[in-house]
Write a protein that binds this ligand. Sequence first.
Ligand SMILES: *Cc1c(COP(=O)(O)O)cnc(C)c1O
Length: 400
Amino acid sequence: MTNFDPSNAIQDFLVFGEFGDVNPSITDSSTFTFMSPDRMEELFEHEIEGCFLYSRHWNPTNKFLSDALARMEDSEAAQSKASGMAAISSTIIQICNSGDEVISSRTIYGGTYALFKNFLPRLGIETHFVDLGNLDLVRSLINDKTRAIYCESVTNPLLEVSDIPALASIAEEYGIKLIVDNTFSPMILSPIRLGADIVVHSLTKYINGTSDCVAGAVCASDDFIHQLTDINSGASMLFGAVLDSTRAASILKNLHSLHLRMRQHSSNALFLAENFRELGLKVYYPGLPDHPQHELLKSLMNPGYGYGGMIAIDVGSLERANQLMTRMQQEKVGYLAVSLGYFKTLFSSPGHSTSSEIPVEERVKMGLSDGLVRFSVGLDNDIEHTMERIKRCLEDTGSI
Ligand SMILES: *Cc1c(COP(=O)(O)O)cnc(C)c1O
């Protein structure tokens, strides 16, 4: 079990006393004063612990959130970012030069796929999209230009589980970085402990949990976070996708309940997955014993948080998927919306939304069918009642 307790995430940093605020004060400043010009000059040369210069570089509120996330992921350091894509793009650009290559899972978030496939080639960075379960193939693609292996801990939308220790040992053998997007499984998986070098997050999803903002984070070694934030050469500093401090403060407050929310998302999702299975539906959920990576996930996960809150079902055709989602919204099961990690259930048809960046041929290759409906299962207090409603919708649309 991870010994990180989100409800105590910042206790060690707070000042106690008559005016000791239980939540850290929000930095309402873009710039910070110096007592002397010499000190300012010094900060341009190297970072000084506890000394702030300008909010695109660091500010106290972002530092609180970043330090809490580093503790969650057990990394030496972290940096909060303006979005998950900002975390991913700055990480890749920091690591790769023109001419370099990345080996990526072929089942990744649509935005990441579009970045790797359509944009990075403009910078001379090439990506090989492969089934990372085929470790021999991964090995065979590594050459002296390869800089990183990129995967999602649990993939979107088919919920395949990456073998992080196996990929980490290949990355280590060849002296390249393993980057893991842990957006789907915070608390459940701790990729750094399993050997990953860098963890990226979209805080937009579970970690914030209220679908009211977009944010991201990079968790990595002190050295890598310093590289990212270097005033003269850091991708974070120079591309400038900084998180606003008022948002950093609200995300930090939501982080404190993450452990409870993950448990509830997971137990609700397991309940729905088992019921969907009983109804004879094709279900993708890593908590079901016949999921191809069920045993792998069990061996990697921190016990106590379940198997995650995401489920996909295949109802056979796009038309039926659309009818089902429309009915479920009418029945107040949840909302027809992209994204995940909200307290209400969200559903969408990945092939025609979040994975639409991926060309049809590739979607077929990775088993992403037109009739897929992805659920981000909410925090419903009475999941049996929710299941009854969903069952009615499945019946009405001929899905079962
Ligand atoms: C949403 C998401 C992202 C992108 O994050 P943003 O905060 O929307 O920029 C990256 N990876 C995964 C797995 C996601 O679900």
